[in-house]
Design a protein around this ligand. Structure first.
Ligand SMILES: *Cc1c(COP(=O)(O)O)cnc(C)c1O
Length: 398
């Protein structure tokens, strides 16, 4: 908890905090941004990203067998990078010209789980399952991983438990893949979670525990209950290196997709990336990955709801994951369930503090407006969380 005096002191050094506390939509540029050359040594590097990509490759035969909808893509889970020129025109008629071309990374179309959480969430469980299977001697790294679908492995994994807290999408990703591998999996869902996400998980044999409270409450209890069990593993969205690493693989894929569309990224062609942000893991992993590849020619911005600016509050005050939006008097209530978190990820924020160019906040009303505009102009339908990035280009030019 922070005393009123302490909060007042934060506001005095950072007057923008006053507007953040009043849930005003703001644009903040990061004074601590570093060029990649001067950036401190990070806990992971491009080699780790490549290794993460290799883990995905080893699992491709598993995906083909376990999720036949991935057969056509040879067990690779990827989403298209689409130019949205009509949406760009529509935004321009309302708010002025946008320089360059506008693309949407359609992770809402990722197979099986339908959100960016499929990258981090699947990766963490795949990594854990592989470790268990290798240690037990049941699996070797050059085996065909489709054997992970066999009754022998189902039985083996069923002796282990997985726990995760979620506002919806992370639970969906972790629940689906864990249940498929045979784990006993429990998802601790905050009040934000949509009913259909909980129903779908129960259908797949996942135990769903519901909370009246927000994400902080769900994660606290989930963590406690899971950690008392020696055969249980907790996916900790507030501090996970594996989730982060899984997200970085998305950056490798974006780089390939840009190349395939003959789009250069260099000093004359900077790449601006605007990501919806909850705990900061998915936007942080994407930003870190892209900056490993294209360095200072990539500029990354995070967008958070005005009622849950978790990463922004951590960065502006310098308190990082110690402070929550509740500590500054916000209610952490939004219809963007994917972003409804009050405290940033410890692991991700330590990295993003040096790499993120800025953070913008957005009101729910505008999320819904963007959702409708994207549907009308491009016939693409997103959940509210996923539309937040669309305010980026016009905010950055102001
Ligand atoms: C979770 C989520 C985000 C934010 O990811 P964090 O790792 O929590 O920052 C963004 N968009 C969607 C659709 C999400 O589900």
């Amino acid at each position: 908890m922070y005393s009123q005096n302490k909060i007042n002191a934060f506001v005095k050094t950072n007057p923008i905090l006053h507007e953040i506390m009043n849930a005003k939509p703001i644009s903040w540029l990061n004074p601590e941004i570093q060029s990649m050359q001067n950036a401190p040594k990070f806990p992971i590097n491009i080699g780790d990203m490549r290794a993460a990509e290799q883990l995905w490759a080893r699992y491709a035969p598993f995906f083909i067998k376990a999720f036949p909808q991935t057969e056509e893509s040879h067990g690779v889970l990827e989403s298209p990078l689409r130019e949205i020129a009509n949406m760009k025109s529509l935004l321009e008629t309302n708010n002025g010209e946008i320089e360059g071309r506008l693309f949407l990374k359609c992770d809402n179309e990722l197979p099986i789980a339908g959100s960016i959480k499929a990258r981090g969430g699947f990766f963490e469980i795949m990594s854990y399952a592989e470790k268990l299977a290798l240690q037990s001697g049941l699996l070797k790294q050059d085996d065909d991983y489709s054997r992970l679908t066999s009754p022998k492995f189902q039985k083996f994994f069923s002796t282990y438990k997985i726990g995760v807290a979620s506002t919806g999408n992370l639970g969906l990703s972790i629940g689906i893949i864990s249940a498929k591998l045979g784990f006993q999996v429990t998802v601790y869902m905050s009040a934000d979670a949509k009913a259909w996400k909980k129903d779908l998980l129960r259908e797949k044999g996942v135990t769903v525990i519901e909370f009246d409270g927000d994400f902080s409450e769900a994660i606290l209890i989930g963590r406690e209950q899971t950690k008392t069990d020696p055969n249980a593993y907790f996916v900790d969205d507030e501090d996970s290196e594996d989730l982060f690493l899984g997200y970085t693989v998305g950056a490798l894929r974006i780089a390939q997709q840009l190349k395939a569309q003959n789009i250069k990224v260099d000093a004359d062609h900077p790449l601006f990336v605007y990501s919806p942000c909850g705990v900061g893991g998915s936007p942080g992993g994407t930003a870190f990955g892209l900056k490993q590849i294209d360095g200072d020619h990539v500029h990354c911005f995070f967008i958070e709801p005005t009622h849950c600016p978790a990463v922004l509050t951590g960065l502006v005050t310098g308190e990082m994951s110690h402070i929550s939006v509740q500590d500054i008097g916000l209610d952490n209530i939004t219809d963007a369930d994917g972003l409804a978190v009050g405290r940033p990820s410890h692991f991700a924020t330590k990295i993003s503090q040096h790499l993120v160019s800025g953070v913008f906040t957005i009101e729910d009303e505008q999320l819904f407006q963007l959702l409708a505009q994207l549907k009308d102009s491009e016939n693409i339908f997103l959940e509210p969380s996923a539309t937040a990035g669309l305010i980026g280009p016009q905010r950055v030019q102001k």
